[in-house]
Write a protein that binds this ligand. Structure first.
Ligand SMILES: Cc1cc2nc3c(=O)[nH]c(=O)nc-3n(C[C@H](O)[C@H](O)[C@H](O)COP(=O)(O)OP(=O)(O)OC[C@H]3O[C@@H](n4cnc5c(N)ncnc54)[C@H](O)[C@@H]3O)c2cc1C
Length: 416
């Protein structure tokens, strides 16, 4: 019997490919009527690209992304703090990709259609909930465009891959509180821009109290003149925030003042921000980890299961690890209820740790330490502020929690 997947985002489509590879029939029900390039940049770290490479998507991803070479940290005065190589450049067996979320979703969607057939993804089907009947599940849907009910669907299990506003999660946890605001607001955008640093650098600059910028290219030679599509995220401590909505328009004037002085010889930040056609605004929110995802034949996966603040490039990656674990548990166990319980046992504890680590010590904690230890002043020598061992420990600690340390992925970053 079919696995019903509510949501054809990054998690739902990766799950469909993983189930198909493991010989399990499935169908995706996606609420949007068409797959279009929504969002901005996303990073795929080696634990995620390992799975995508195993699914045969490496070439497609490499063509439409930037193979990220290094992570670099600067304070707001443009002083260099720390650099480390990433992906294969760091000795992993798999690359790190920086990619437009829309391109990633389209690559996954095209692969699902090519391998499972067009009928395997139903667009414009918005899931409103599921009923566990014991021997199977009935899922309810409406037509997204008209709001009219669609025919009920039957399957062996229902997996809620329906993102941060998950209807399946709401059904399982009707009284859950509001998302938890971290106190940081984000503005995001992409602009055509000249190559900076290595041309494949993931840069973090400044700190949240005065304005932090994350900036990295997501597509090379985007306009035929050598310029790249460059993704940026401006993050700033802000007491008030709007409700979370991935497509909310933001205003440059609300935050550009904090970045006005960030003019470096390798990047003119205010000019980059001004060159951006569309600015999006999103509050940095998450939700407390849940005690349980799987209830009989219904479960949660990806953002629906563990919405997290995007401070460690791990939202998409953890969703992919969920998909792999779900497919393996499901293919291995003839009892779907036991398979869903096993998947819950395997994935809930580690993803809960990532949610909590993103609140306290994500990789940008390096910038917090520099900000606090220098009292937000320029330093004479970074060695006076943080030792190389401390810098490395801050970075490696997060890799261990998020499951992409070289040890976790096997010796030398190879298969583990
Ligand atoms: C429009 C959009 C833009 C985004 N932009 C960014 C970005 O710029 N940077 C970033 O880091 N992350 C972004 N994200 C989030 C990112 O994709 C996820 O954090 C991560 O990849 C995990 O994927 P997911 O599939 O769990 O969630 P999502 O990628 O959010 O996918 C959820 C999917 O479920 C669909 N859906 C929602 N409700 C229902 C329902 N009731 N029934 C059926 N389908 C439903 C949604 O349309 C969506 O396709 C964006 C998400 C969306 C939806």
């Amino acid at each position: 019997m079919t696995v019903m997947i509510a949501g054809g985002g990054i998690a739902g489509l990766t799950l469909a490919l993983s189930l198909h590879r493991d010989g399990v029939p499935c169908r995706v029900y996606e609420s949007t009527p068409e797959i279009s390039a929504l969002g901005v940049g996303i990073n795929l770290l080696p634990h995620a690209t390992r799975l995508l490479c195993e699914l045969g998507l490496e070439d497609a991803l490499a063509r439409e992304s930037v193979t990220t070479a290094e992570s670099v940290f600067y304070n707001r005065f443009g002083q260099f703090i720390y650099r480390e190589p990433l992906g294969r450049f760091a000795g992993y067996q798999w690359p790190q990709f920086s990619i437009h979320r829309g391109y990633l979703q389209r690559i996954l969607y095209d692969a699902v259609v090519a391998r499972l057939g067009r009928e395997s993804v139903r667009l414009g089907w918005q899931c409103t909930g599921g009923t566990d009947n014991g021997p199977d599940v009935t899922a309810q849907f409406i037509d997204t465009a008209t709001g009219q009910p669609r025919p009920a669907q039957h399957g062996a299990v229902l997996v809620g891959c329906d993102g941060v506003h998950s209807a399946v999660r709401k059904q399982l946890y009707p009284d859950e509180g509001k998302p938890r605001y971290s106190g940081v607001n984000m503005w995001r955008g992409v602009a055509l821009w000249d190559r900076f640093l290595s041309g494949a650098s993931f840069a973090r600059i400044g700190w949240l109290a005065t304005g932090k910028l994350v900036v990295y290219p997501i597509a090379g030679n985007a306009d035929g003149t050598g310029r790249q599509l460059v993704n940026w995220v401006a993050e700033l401590d802000t007491p008030r925030h709007n409700l979370r909505d991935w497509t909310r328009e933001g205003r440059l004037t609300d935050f550009i003042g904090a970045f006005a002085e960030m003019r470096f010889d390798w990047l003119d930040v205010p000019a980059l921000l001004r060159a951006t056609e569309q600015v999006l605004e999103y509050p940095m929110v998450d939700q407390d980890p849940l005690d349980r995802w799987s209830f009989g034949r219904i479960t949660l996966l990806g953002d629906a299961a563990h919405p997290m603040v995007p401070r460690g490039s791990n939202g998409a990656g953890q969703a992919m690890l969920d998909a792999k674990a779900f497919a393996e548990c499901y293919a291995a166990d003839p009892d779907p209820v036991a398979a869903l319980a096993r998947y819950d046992d395997l994935r809930r504890p580690p993803t809960s740790q990532v949610v909590l680590a993103n609140r306290t010590n994500p990789p940008d904690a390096i910038l917090r330490e520099v900000y606090e230890r220098t009292g937000d002043k320029p330093f004479r020598d970074i060695g006076d502020v943080l030792s190389p061992a401390e810098l490395g420990a801050l970075s490696d600690g997060y890799k261990r929690v998020a499951g992409y340390s070289k040890e976790a992925l096997g010796a030398g970053g190879g298969p583990g």
